[in-house]
Ligand binder design. Structure first.
Ligand SMILES: NC(=O)N[C@@H](CC(=O)O)C(=O)O
Ligand SMILES: [Zn+2]
Length: 425
């Protein structure tokens, strides 16, 4: 089956192509990218006025399956990914049971291939059951195709144990994804420590909760030689430490989530837990540093930290609701609106942060529209304006802080292995 995408604005950070081209795919691969391709195809798509980019690669999602299927499943998470232009996602291990063995990596990978319309790579836990006491079979999980190791949801607080895990990760060539949060410093905090938290009478989470573990993890990566990727960075000092680590030539990369560059703690309306996530929304000087970091390439990646929860759980307010918000169906629109249309990132830089850099960190031959590469493609209408409504989400999770937000830039088609898996109306 051939698919011909005509007259789109091809933006390919791999080849540097940035202009009007046709893209022809066959049998799941990109066959040709050129002007005026005349060829019989099973389907011809008119992409005039649309960006044609390599599919989004999201390094940080929570699919809740197995164990918490009322929040999300491999299938519904996959539908949400497709609607968000995401063609590959990496699933965090904090499921029930925890993804912490070669058998689980194997069975999850098989299930995802059958149940999920986009590619999924699974992340193995650092410690068994995420209990922080016994290191998992990192080599065994790697053999089953594990993407990364991560204890996401928390940090491994025992630095000695973490160092042992990082030594093994370095030996096995596995990158460590770090959720940076000193459990002992959280002290019951539920939102950023600031004027807002004091006004709302809620315990705060200081920047230091993140910063001390970012520093620690960079230093353990330095000592062990492990590749370290820092998840959902939210503070200005994180950005500064990443800058220094890169300057020192350490194998450190980092991600920022759309909510952390689009919102501050001042945007939180009274006690709405759809604004509660970990790390929390910070203050303007942090947001400015994150945006500057993204622009300068200190921050490599935009990832969602898609974290669906039930609506009744989120109705408990800041004090009682679980941390986390959904992101798969809003990340392209929020990034287009807040960074591309404001002239902070070029469309090419957006493709770099959302597809090409994640592919490199994941170690897959994707994030590219070069001939011969896998035909995972997203079409985006940069000018289409709409309002985000959670009722339109295909994810089971409706917990978004972007409800009612006016955005510009819509995913119009998502293609996985040359097959259309999502098409906007
Ligand atoms: N980010 C969150 O607030 N929650 C995530 C865990 C995580 O990514 O740390 C979750 O699993 O719900
Ligand atoms: Zn996390």
């Amino acid at each position: 089956m051939k698919l011909l995408i005509k007259n789109g604005h091809v933006i390919d950070p791999d080849t540097g192509k940035d202009g009007i081209f046709d893209v022809l795919t066959e049998d799941g691969k990109i066959l040709r990218v050129a002007q005026d391709i005349e060829e019989e195809a099973g389907r011809v798509v008119n992409a005039e006025g649309f960006y044609v980019m390599p599919g989004i690669i999201d390094l940080h999602v929570h699919l809740r399956d197995p164990g918490l299927e009322y929040k999300e499943t491999l299938h519904t998470g996959g539908l949400a990914a497709a609607r968000g232009g995401v063609t590959t996602m990496c699933a965090m291990p904090n499921t029930i049971p925890v993804t912490d063995s070669p058998e689980m990596i194997r069975s999850q990978t098989l299930r995802a291939a059958a149940e999920c319309p986009v590619h999924v790579s699974f992340i193995g836990a650092v410690t068994k059951g995420q209990q922080g006491t016994e290191i998992t079979d990192i080599a065994g999980m790697k053999k089953e195709g594990m993407a990364f190791i991560s204890e996401d949801g928390k940090s491994v607080m025992d630095a000695g144990l973490y160092r042992d895990a990082m030594k093994t990760a370095a030996r096995e060539g596995v990158t460590v994804l770090a959720h940076c949060e000193d459990k002992n410093m959280v002290a019951g905090g539920v939102m950023n420590e600031c004027e807002k938290s004091r006004k709302m009478g809620l315990p705060g989470i200081t920047n230091g909760v993140e910063d001390v573990i970012v520093a620690r993890d960079i230093l353990i990566a330095k000592e062990t030689g492990a590749k370290l990727h820092l998840c959902h960075c939210s503070t200005k000092d994180s950005v500064e430490m990443i800058r220094l680590a890169k300057e020192a030539g350490l194998p450190v990369t980092a991600e920022v989530c759309p909510h952390h560059f689009a919102l501050t703690s001042s945007d939180i309306p009274e006690d709405d837990a759809n604004y509660k996530m970990n790390p929390p929304l910070r203050e303007k000087e942090d947001v400015d540093a994150l945006i500057d970091g993204l622009k300068r390439g200190i921050i490599d990646v935009i990832a969602t930290d898609h974290a669906p929860h039930g609506e009744e759980e989120k109705e408990k307010g800041f004090a009682g609701a679980p941390f986390g918000i959904v992101g798969l169906e809003t990340s392209v629109a929020v990034t287009m609106t807040e960074l591309v249309h404001k002239g902070i990132l070029t469309p090419m830089e957006m493709a770099e942060r959302m597809s090409h850099a994640p592919a490199r960190i994941l170690g897959v031959d994707k994030g590219s529209l070069a001939e011969g590469k896998c035909a995972d493609i997203v079409l985006i209408d940069p000018d289409r304006e709409y309002v985000i409504h959670k009722e339109d989400f295909v994810s089971k999770g409706k917990n978004t802080p972007f409800e009612g937000k006016k955005v510009k830039g819509q995913v119009v088609m998502t293609i996985v292995d040359g097959a259309v898996v999502y098409e906007a109306e």
